[in-house]
Design a protein around this ligand. Structure first.
Ligand SMILES: [Zn+2]
Length: 246
């Protein structure tokens, strides 16, 4: 069996999704949540499934995807997989994020993060109960300075894309890396089938070609891209422009 459970955070947890993949014998989490309460809700979901958590896979280094691990990791021996750049960025930004957001979230801010203890390289796989997750290290250009996508083979194929694709509005375009983001979209698309389910960090899963997903990518970006193109701050080939309606 293989079932994907979603934990959708409330507004206080900035609506971020984290996932539990359930197999016959075990559980794998994809990312974590932001606040103490959301992490405890996620911990309850894990407990209710009554199977051992065998692995944690991280897509990117933002707090709403990594902080909650502290609240539910069964033991320090439980493997937490990430690409090197994601691990490095977590370590480099934890203090700064705490200083910035701790006073806002107060006792809901998770005081200490637990870092990845298993580093995977681009293209490597993690196998849990014969379910194979392959990682694509995409670097900057998602909504973070270090991003990766975990692709779970099967029928359907599933791609845990983190914040590469948002649900409606890609709010982090303001952070730059727009060209890198477009390149990452094109690259990840090349790795996937038409029927791959993109499992996003907000909203529900969608195939790449579905109107829902396409609207997310293009509808939210075209208006923002045009001025950048006009100012030569962004270069796109004709195919990219057509695709994004820019
Ligand atoms: Zn993010």
């Amino acid at each position: 069996m293989l079932e994907v459970h979603v934990h959708s955070s409330q507004e206080a947890g900035i609506f971020a999704n984290a996932y539990i993949v359930e197999t016959d014998r075990s559980l794998i989490s994809i990312d974590a949540t932001l606040t103490v309460d959301e992490a405890r809700g996620f911990r309850d979901r894990l407990a209710n499934l009554r199977k051992p958590l065998k692995a944690v896979l991280i897509t990117h280094a933002h707090p709403d995807h990594v902080a909650g691990i502290t609240e539910w990791l069964p033991s320090n021996d439980t493997p937490i997989y990430a690409v090197r750049k994601v691990e490095q960025l977590m370590k480099a930004t934890e203090e700064q994020k705490r200083a910035q957001w701790g006073p806002v979230f107060k006792d809901q801010w998770i005081a200490r993060w637990i870092y990845p203890n298993q580093i995977v390289k681009h293209g490597e796989s993690v196998n849990v109960d014969d379910h194979v997750f392959r990682v694509a290290d995409t670097g900057a250009g998602g909504d973070c300075d270090a991003n990766s996508v975990w692709i779970l083979k099967g029928n359907p194929e599933r791609a845990f894309v983190g914040d590469l694709i948002f649900n409606g509005t890609h709010s982090y375009l303001a952070d730059g890396h727009i060209q890198a983001w477009l390149n990452n979209l094109r690259y990840i698309r090349s790795l996937l089938t038409d029927n791959t389910l993109c499992i996003r960090a907000t909203g529900s899963p969608a195939t790449w070609r579905s109107s829902n997903c396409k609207k997310d990518i293009c509808g939210s970006t075209a208006g923002r891209l045009r001025p950048l193109l006009a100012a030569n701050l962004l270069s796109m080939n004709r195919k990219q422009k057509n695709w994004c309606g820019a």
